[in-house]
Design a protein. Structure first.
Length: 261
């Protein structure tokens, strides 16, 4: 439900706590709602105060604002092509006391001022699904967040252009898209690192975190997986995140690529 300005009406939103209540995000009750993926993406970014951060396809701001909550003093920019979600990101920034610039734009056609800037860190949580691989969601906002319209290679090409020398791209995606990601990174970014996210011990990774550097020359590094849940299977009501993951989700702890759990 939208108001007369085309933005989400108050009754169409919930306000959800992230990082143990350090961050509160307004999100649509029907539409795309952030899960743990953008939180883990933000936890993996080794940014420092004063650095410039760009979130491509920022939605309501989950990844960008989780990062800013963990590391104060960042210079925040988000790009979101859906105007209602961009407006929601601005509202979330203001209500959490965060200074952020949110541009309503397609990442493949960035505003002129952004095309003149370079960033130390770029975050990307692209849509996971190609159109032919799934049934379309009924809600248009959710469909736009889940179904790939802009090719994955374009996300990486745009990020590479906007990175400052030695800047890093940080991306979360489904594991089966790794060949496409590596192909798109080739010749653009180096020092590629991969952190698989496995649901449980002994299970194949479904998601991956990828990090790459502008001008990086180090060899490819495959790190030990991060195990998301305790035990071989879910056996009781309630959360069963591993202690390391719980610390990231509740205490704003960083995600160390070198860690083996």
């Amino acid at each position: 439900m939208r108001d007369e300005a085309g933005q989400f009406a108050a009754e169409a939103l919930s306000v959800d706590a992230y990082l143990g209540g350090r961050l509160r995000l307004a999100q649509p009750l029907r539409g795309y709602r952030a899960g743990i993926d953008p939180v883990l993406l933000a936890a993996a970014v080794p940014a420092m105060a004063g650095q410039r951060v760009l979130d491509l396809g920022c939605g309501a701001g989950a990844a960008l604002f989780c990062l800013a909550t963990r590391i104060p003093g960042l210079l925040l920019t988000g790009v979101e092509r859906q105007a209602d979600y961009a407006a929601l990101a601005m509202r979330n920034a203001e209500e959490n006391g965060l200074a952020a610039r949110i541009a309503t734009a397609d990442l493949a056609a960035l505003p002129a001022d952004l095309r003149q800037e370079r960033f130390d860190h770029i975050l990307a949580n692209p849509p996971y699904w190609q159109a032919e691989a799934r049934d379309a969601a009924q809600d248009p906002g959710r469909e736009a967040a889940l179904c790939e319209v802009t090719p994955l290679a374009t996300w990486i090409k745009v990020a590479a252009r906007r990175l400052a020398p030695a800047g890093q791209l940080h991306m979360v995606h489904r594991a089966e898209r790794l060949p496409d990601i590596l192909t798109a990174l080739h010749g653009r970014l180096g020092s590629i690192e991969l952190k698989p996210l496995a649901p449980r011990t002994g299970r194949a990774a479904r998601l991956i975190l990828v990090r790459a550097r502008k001008g990086g020359r180090a060899g490819f590094r495959l790190h030990a997986p991060l195990i998301l849940h305790d035990g071989a299977q879910h056996v009781a009501d309630g959360e069963d995140y591993t202690p390391a993951v719980r610390a990231m989700l509740r205490d704003a702890a960083p995600l160390d690529f070198e860690a083996c759990a």
